[in-house]
Design a protein around this ligand. Structure first.
Ligand SMILES: [Ca+2]
Ligand SMILES: [Ca+2]
Ligand SMILES: [Ca+2]
Length: 711
């Protein structure tokens, strides 16, 4: 690679170059080391990875400086183009030997201070659905740290010793960057674009926020890779959607790719996990650390105008405001190679955020790979994966990274640095398996692959005071419905996005709807991993059964069909567990919390869930063999490996009433209540004598139902 100062670069920015050299002298160390090797330093590439080089390694020899890059927008209304505060850390040889290096770039709204604890100014979730929410508390103002010249030390240790420059910038309206924070607005895409333009000699940089002494990046090869976690990951994607020349690769870690999907779910107001009551305006207040003199303008225009009129916490519907903050709508110009990173148990920025982009880019033919682990929010891929990505796309080294496995997934309990490779995500061997429901409320019903009928309806009485974890462990409750598969005798591998189709009626015009896929028995141990208990979850607004952009009040008692996706997942459910489909109304940790009492009635025959299982229905059948009829005389009574013989179901029928049958280890009981609530029979039915006491009509109904369940 070229190591001399390119004349072309200097010609392009002729006027800047002298001042750059002047500036470089200032920012550089005072004394030349005496033992200078005669050969010029170059990045060392071995086995397809850029190596730590002895001559780039010493942090005392690095050059650090800051500057402001001028953008093309004026988002803070002062009539001047907004300038972004940028820092640079680069190997000394970029000054002394004319070395040119590629750039690892990280942009963030968090670098220069945030408002104190976000929890003081959240929206209060405790109100009825579909009404104007109570006003939220005023946020304390964020204190601007705005340190110079180092904005952040992030990623420096990984990349500068390998001979990359590392560049940071504060996003618009934060720290010493001008403009307004817009949380997903266009200026957040155009700001990193301007920085990349500067790294390529196409935009102006200055030594001060308002001065005219220029700074150039003649030391840059112009090849830029962006990396960042969460909001900083969003900004990588935001920059890529501009199609800016020079942005060759990005590694977004747990990026939020749509603010709608972050604060809403299928038409429902739904908080990110751990941040109950957060909304886009709360995040605005949290990051609003820019110039105190411009804040009034920004608050007025961005938060109190654009956001206030767009967020719609009353219906939770998708609209123009949200569409403008959904990067899936902006993928057209993307050409940067994307190494997407996320965790399947990130209940803050949920895994759909990366998956929707990954799948769309794959279809578009953009080079993509995915790295997923089983933990929570954040967590980048192992350095080796990142290094191979940047070495190929920023250095142009043919290391065949594009022929590597497309998906890297850390298995449950494994070291996060040791993912298993897969052909793709979802696993190409996964096939959708449809499960139907067998009645069981208020206890647990069954989840079966056979087709099924005459299961009637079952009803949930909403009560936000119980968490999903409590409801999943309850033996008997009216606050959730639970349907369990047989106990697994072989592990089952779910890979992809589960989809539920549900037919339901509400007794009120509004209702929350929450669905969890769980693994039972619940592991209540303090050290339990999240994958021990929760497989995945999803939320939806029944009012949006027909349209995501238009809620429709529910007619109490009328049944509606709706289909929606749970969060994408890749999880192996081990032997001995049962997969449970839990349906709730409010979800204490995620949804709004209306007064308890809303009743959701589910039509079981018209409700099903599709699970993407590796090996499809055959693999599932193999993991849940039919119980043998032979009495297992040899097995000990408490042998936990014996498949439980407990059967229980409840059937609701508007004409006949309610039938509840339970058989636990051979002890059968039956309860039949007529539609007026009169108990026709309630007692054991183990012997001929006991059965004789059951009224003929009730017995006939029971036999009908029983024969169907057995099939
Ligand atoms: Ca301005
Ligand atoms: Ca809605
Ligand atoms: Ca999972």
């Amino acid at each position: 690679m070229k190591t001399t100062l390119s004349n072309e670069c200097c010609r392009l920015v002729e006027n800047f170059c002298l001042s750059t050299l002047f500036f470089a002298c200032h920012s550089s160390f005072a004394e030349e080391p005496k033992t200078e090797s005669p050969q010029k330093a170059v990045p060392i590439i071995k086995d397809g990875e850029t190596q730590i080089a002895p001559r780039f390694k010493d942090p005392d020899m690095w050059i650090r400086h800051d500057l402001w890059v001028e953008t093309d927008f004026d988002s803070d209304g002062d009539g001047k183009k907004d300038r972004m505060h940028v820092d640079v850390t680069r190997p000394r040889q970029t000054d002394t030997e004319g070395l040119k290096v590629p750039v690892v770039y990280n942009s963030s709204p968090y670098f220069a201070g945030t408002a104190k604890s976000v929890h003081g100014f959240m929206w209060d979730p405790r109100h009825e659905l579909g009404v104007e929410p109570p006003k939220r508390n005023k946020a304390p103002s964020a204190k601007r740290k705005g340190e110079r010249p180092i904005i952040s030390k992030g990623h420096v240790k990984d990349w500068v010793p390998r001979g990359f420059a590392v560049v940071h910038s504060s996003s618009p309206g934060t720290g010493l960057s001008q403009g307004c924070p817009t949380v997903g607005g266009d200026n957040e895409s155009l700001a990193p674009k301007a920085v990349i333009d500067w790294l390529n000699g196409r935009a102006a940089g200055y030594t001060t926020v308002d001065g005219d002494q220029p700074v150039t990046a003649c030391w840059s090869t112009g090849k830029v890779g962006m990396i960042g976690t969460s909001y900083n990951g969003t900004l990588c994607l935001a920059a890529a959607t501009t199609g800016v020349e020079g942005l060759e690769a990005i590694i977004p870690v747990a990026p939020n790719t749509s603010y709608y999907h972050y604060y809403r779910s299928n038409g429902l107001v739904r908080s990110p996990g751990g941040y109950m009551g957060e909304d886009i305006d709360v995040l605005y207040d949290f990051i609003n650390s820019g110039d105190p003199k411009r804040r009034e303008y920004c608050n007025c225009n961005v938060r109190d105008k654009d956001m206030a009129s767009g967020i719609d916490r009353i219906t939770g519907d998708y609209n123009k405001f949200w569409a403008g903050r959904d990067y899936l709508n902006d993928l057209g110009p993307v050409k940067a190679a994307v190494l997407m990173s996320h965790a399947f148990n990130d209940w803050n920025v949920m895994p759909e955020h990366s998956n929707r982009i990954y799948q769309a880019l794959k279809e578009k033919g953009v080079p993509v790979q995915a790295y997923y682990h089983q933990g929570g929010h954040g967590g980048p891929p192992p350095i080796k994966l990142m290094n191979r990505w940047f070495t190929h796309y920023l250095h142009g080294v043919e290391n065949n990274v594009e022929k590597d496995a497309r998906a890297w997934i850390v298995r449950e309990g494994d070291d996060r640095k040791k993912p298993k490779s897969y052909e793709d995500y979802p696993n190409p061997a996964a096939e959708s398996v449809t499960f139907q429901l067998v009645a069981g409320a208020p206890e647990m019903g069954k989840l079966i692959t056979a087709t099924n009928s005459n299961q009637g309806t079952e009803t949930i009485v909403d009560n936000f005071s119980f968490s999903g974890a409590v409801l999943a462990q309850a033996d008997w409750t009216e606050h959730r419905l639970m349907y369990l598969t047989e106990k697994l005798t072989e592990a089952v591998h779910l890979s992809g996005t589960p989809r539920i189709t549900i037919k339901l009626a509400s007794n009120k015009p509004t209702a929350n709807l929450s669905v969890w896929l769980v693994s039972l028995p619940w592991n209540g141990n303090k050290n339990a991993k999240i994958t021990d208990n929760i497989i995945t979850r999803g939320w939806a607004d029944p009012q949006n059964h027909r349209s995501l952009t238009e809620s429709e009040p529910l007619v109490p008692g009328r049944f509606y069909d709706m289909t929606f996706d749970l969060q994408p997942d890749d999880q192996v459910i081990p032997v001995g567990q049962q997969i449970g489909l839990m349906i709730m109304s409010s979800d204490r940790e995620f949804t709004l919390r209306p007064d308890p009492g809303t009743e959701l009635t589910i039509d079981l025959d018209a409700t099903s869930i599709q699970l993407p299982l590796v090996g499809g229905v055959k693999a599932f059948a193999k993991a849940t063999p039919k119980k043998t009829e032979t009495k297992n005389a040899n097995s000990k009574q408490n042998d936990s490996s014996v498949v439980s013989s407990s059967v229980s179901y409840v059937v609701n029928d508007t004409k006949r009433g309610k039938l509840h049958y339970k058989n636990a280890n051979g002890e059968a009981t039956l309860k039949v209540v007529n539609p007026d609530g009169k108990v026709l029979f309630d007692g054991p039915i183990n012997t001929k004598e006991q059965k004789a006491k059951v009224p003929t009509k009730a017995m006939k109904w029971f036999e009908e139902v029983n024969s169907k369940v057995k099939n």
